[in-house]
Design a protein around this ligand. Structure first.
Ligand SMILES: NC(=O)c1ccc[n+]([C@@H]2O[C@H](COP(=O)([O-])OP(=O)(O)OC[C@H]3O[C@@H](n4cnc5c(N)ncnc54)[C@H](OP(=O)(O)O)[C@@H]3O)[C@@H](O)[C@H]2O)c1
Length: 249
């Protein structure tokens, strides 16, 4: 549990993919909480809304989660130690790539690119930023995974590259969590499913989602921060949905 409302808590948080729909909402929500002293908003585009409440506690860092050199540079710019790291980057489609409906649409180059962003990049962020978590406090590293990354829950098929990349992410997080817990038993590494959230990533596919099942980014990040608050060290390595339920691997 983080002391979000205690101005003396001095919490420091880094958000990667802070230019995305959910990443941007994480930055705004965290910056508005009295217990948060500094939000590092890490994005390929360093722009943000500096008129929002709490904007003076936001430091914008230009980086690319897919580039090890760029992440090393960003790590040097962040004045740690950090209490929480959120990886809110990810890709489902690009102007050239649509998620596969059938195997015949599968393009290996497109899959590799989706893997690079969804599975490799969060692991790279972990490599360079987990050492920045405060060794003496309860800390959290969370990456946005997705329910479709659950192998056990896959009943519909489709979206081959995205599903496989998110399953790989969940495995990477579990593996990293085991190693991390050896040195930092009070620190968690988890995957989070934000629900279906109205962002550029989901928009082409959310037309038939009932209104009450389509969250705004602001709503989703409040749910996710509540989930993070309810986790205990025994939950490290897990994959959790917006309502706190555990998603099977
Ligand atoms: N929206 C949903 O319904 C939903 C559901 C389940 C899971 N998720 C997951 O939640 C996360 C955030 O999604 P979102 O809905 O906020 O999507 P979004 O609005 O499209 O934002 C995704 C962000 O990821 C980063 N990104 C995308 N392509 C990249 C690339 N090639 N290289 C480096 N960074 C790249 C960018 O961050 P910068 O611009 O800051 O660099 C981008 O703004 C993703 O991991 C997604 O899979 C979303």
């Amino acid at each position: 549990m983080f002391a979000w409302n205690d101005p003396d808590a001095g919490l420091k948080v880094a958000v990667f993919g802070s230019g995305g729909g959910i990443g941007r909402a994480f930055v705004a929500e965290l910056a508005s909480r009295p217990g948060v002293r500094r939000v590092y908003a890490c994005s390929r585009t360093a722009a943000g809304d500096d008129s929002q409440p709490g904007a003076d506690s936001v430091t914008r860092i230009a980086t690319d989660v897919g580039s090890e050199a760029a992440l090393e540079k960003a790590a040097a710019e962040i004045d740690g130690p950090l209490d929480m790291i959120l990886v809110a980057s990810g890709v489902l489609h690009t102007p050239e790539v649509r998620p596969e409906r059938r195997l015949r649409e599968f393009d290996p180059d497109a899959m590799l690119e989706i893997y690079r962003v969804n599975a490799v990049a969060p692991a790279l962020v972990a490599k360079h930023f987990l050492p920045k978590l405060d060794g003496g406090r309860h800390t959290v590293f969370a990456a946005l995974a997705a329910r479709v990354g659950s192998i056990a829950d896959n009943r519909l098929g489709g979206w081959l590259s995205y599903r496989a990349s998110k399953a790989a992410l969940v495995m990477a997080l579990k593996t990293i969590a085991i190693e991390h817990a050896r040195n930092r038993p009070t620190s968690l590494v988890v995957g989070l499913h934000p629900g279906t959230v109205d962002t550029p990533l989901s928009r082409p596919f959310s037309g038939r989602v009932p209104k009450d099942k389509l969250f705004s980014p602001e709503q989703s990040v409040r749910y996710l921060l509540d989930v993070v608050d309810r986790l205990t060290p025994a939950d490290t390595g897990g994959h959790f949905a917006w309502d706190g339920s555990r998603i099977e691997y």
